[in-house]
Design a protein. Structure first.
Length: 229
C-alpha cells in the first residue's frame, strides 16, 4: 500500500512556473545588457533545469563568469518580487485535494523552487494548508551533483519518514522528476500540466500519466489495488 506521496511543486500544484522562471532569467540578462538568441537562451535554461538559479545563471553567462554574482542579485530581485509570482495560477480543486490526501498519506515536497519563495510567496498567495510533513529543495543541497535527477532528495525523505521505496510515489511534470523517482525506486506519476507530454512520459517508461493533479486519487486507488491483489 502507498503511504507516502512526494510532489514536485512547479507546474504540479501551481501553473505558470516555467513562464515565471523564463521571465526572471530573461529580465536578468536584459539588465546585464546580455542578449542571447531566444532558442539559445531556452536551451541553456533547460540544460540546468531543476538546479539552483546560480547554476542556471552560470550556464547562461558561461562566456562571462565575472557577471555571475551580479546576475544572481538581479535574478533574486525578480524571483522575490512580482515577476515570478504574477505568472502563477492554481488548478481549481487542488487545495481540497491535498486536504483529503493528508488524511490517508504522508505528503512531502521535493522541488527546485527556492524554499523562501515557496513559503513566503507561493503558499501565502494560494493559502495552501499546512499538510506537508517535509519539504526539501535544491537550495538545501550544497552538492550540485545531488540535485535532480539524482535520487538524494527522495532518499532523504524516505529516511526521515521511515518509508520504504515501494510504499511511495512521486508526482512530477518533468524528466528530472521521473528519473529521480526511478533511481530511488519510487513509482513515478506524471502530470501533463508541465514539461512532459504523453509520448515523452511513455518513452520514459512511465505507466501512470494524468492530465493534472486533481486526477491523482483514482491513480492511487489503482496502484493500491494492484499492490494488494
Amino acid at each position: 500500500m502507498i503511504k507516502l506521496i512526494v510532489f514536485d511543486w512547479d507546474d504540479v500544484f501551481t501553473l505558470g512556473s516555467k513562464e515565471g522562471y523564463f521571465m526572471c532569467y530573461h529580465e536578468t540578462l536584459v539588465e546585464l545588457n546580455m542578449h542571447l538568441d531566444p532558442k539559445e537562451e531556452r536551451k541553456r535554461i533547460m540544460a540546468k533545469w531543476s538546479k539552483s538559479h546560480r547554476e542556471e545563471l552560470r550556464e547562461l553567462l558561461k562566456e562571462h563568469p565575472e557577471l555571475l554574482d551580479k546576475a544572481c542579485k538581479i535574478y533574486e530581485s525578480k524571483l522575490f518580487g512580482n515577476t515570478f509570482i504574477d505568472n502563477l495560477s492554481i488548478i481549481p480543486g487542488t487545495i481540497e485535494l491535498v486536504k483529503r490526501l493528508s488524511k490517508n498519506y504522508i505528503l512531502c515536497v521535493a522541488t527546485g523552487l527556492n524554499p523562501d519563495v515557496l513559503k513566503n510567496k507561493v503558499i501565502l498567495k494560494f493559502d495552501f494548508p499546512d499538510v506537508f510533513k517535509q519539504v526539501i529543495s535544491s537550495y538545501d543541497i550544497d552538492d550540485v551533483e545531488k540535485q535532480k535527477p539524482h535520487p538524494y532528495m527522495v532518499e532523504q525523505i524516505l529516511k526521515t519518514q521511515n518509508i520504504k521505496p515501494h510504499e511511495a510515489v512521486l508526482v512530477g511534470d518533468a524528466k528530472g522528476d521521473v528519473l529521480m523517482a526511478q533511481a530511488a525506486g519510487l513509482i513515478p506519476i506524471v502530470v501533463l500540466s508541465g514539461h512532459l507530454n504523453k509520448n515523452e512520459a511513455e518513452e520514459l517508461n512511465v505507466e501512470y500519466i494524468i492530465e493534472n493533479i486533481t486526477l491523482l486519487e483514482q491513480v492511487l486507488s489503482e496502484i493500491n489495488t494492484t499492490q494488494t491483489s
